[in-house]
Write a protein that binds this ligand. Structure first.
Ligand code: MF3
Ligand code: CO
Ligand code: CO
Length: 253
């Protein structure tokens, strides 16, 4: 069940991959504004990864056609970058970037608010980031995996937002998607499985202003809310240490 358990020397590699992902976000961030296409953001990522000896883990994954996922407004996950999709004032967008560098994957996503967004959109984006940070803060050896979902629910529910159940976090390391699955809602099946030093996984809550249910576009990838409600997601790749947790997908200082 816990196949994504790695040795300390692998943690150094995972840290390097995560640092590269964080630096790629810094590279693209100034370019994410009204008037830019999601296709252009994809090209910027491709350029950065190539220049740094890394590659997109997404490109070609089960036939996925681009380097990143760009999920705008009601898109929950897996929006495909497109030159005809132009960001406009008031949009919210998730950029999800997974890169493989020297054999190890780092996976993170961030939200960007374009110009002046509605108070509801701002609350959604902030609550989702708060939920991810709260979930990270409870991670340590001996903690049941079910505590992650419990913690996210405690942050999200008071705001009246819903949590998507169709997509989960995942073990990661030498492959992008591995066991265990990480639920963003409480389920007792994960009470029995405890975090151990060396475990590497993502947490990536998706929360919505309306229904948590999704529908898939004819492109076979783009997952949207059924009711057109807004959706937000934040993601980090993490590793359990002897005494706590390390966030791999942050810049090394
Ligand atoms: N980055 C996504 C995740 O968080 C996976 C992308 S799937 C792909 O798991 F098909 F777009 F590659
Ligand atoms: Co991701
Ligand atoms: Co992920």
């Amino acid at each position: 069940m816990l196949s994504s358990v790695y040795a300390p020397k692998d943690f150094k590699r995972l840290r390097a991959s995560g640092d590269l992902v964080a630096r790629c976000f810094d590279y693209i961030t100034p370019h994410i504004h009204a008037g830019v296409s999601t296709g252009e953001i994809d090209r910027l990522v491709a350029e950065f990864l190539h220049a740094n000896g890394a590659r997109s883990s997404d490109l070609g994954y089960q036939g996925y056609p681009k380097h990143i996922c760009t999920s705008v407004n009601d898109v929950i996950v897996h929006g495909i970058p497109n030159d005809n999709e132009i960001l406009k004032d008031g949009d919210i967008i998730n950029v999800d970037l997974t890169a493989e560098y020297k054999g190890f994957h780092g996976d993170a996503s961030r939200m960007f608010m374009i110009g002046k967004v509605s108070p509801l959109a701002r609350e959604l984006v902030q609550t989702c980031q708060d939920a991810l940070n709260a979930a990270i803060s409870i991670c340590a050896p001996g903690v049941p995996l079910s505590e992650i979902g419990k913690t996210i629910e405690a942050v999200v529910k008071p705001h009246g937002f819903s949590i998507s159940r169709d997509f989960v976090g995942h073990g990661i390391g030498k492959v992008m998607h591995d066991e265990p699955q990480i639920y963003h809602f409480y389920d007792k099946v994960w009470d029995k499985v405890k975090m151990v030093p060396g475990l590497v996984f993502t947490i990536e809550p998706m929360i919505n202003t309306g229904s948590p249910k999704c529908k898939i576009d004819p492109d076979g990838w783009t997952a949207r809310t059924v009711d057109g409600g807004l959706s937000a997601q934040w993601e980090h790749t993490l590793g359990i240490t002897e005494d706590g947790v390390i966030i791999f997908t942050e810049k090394m200082v």
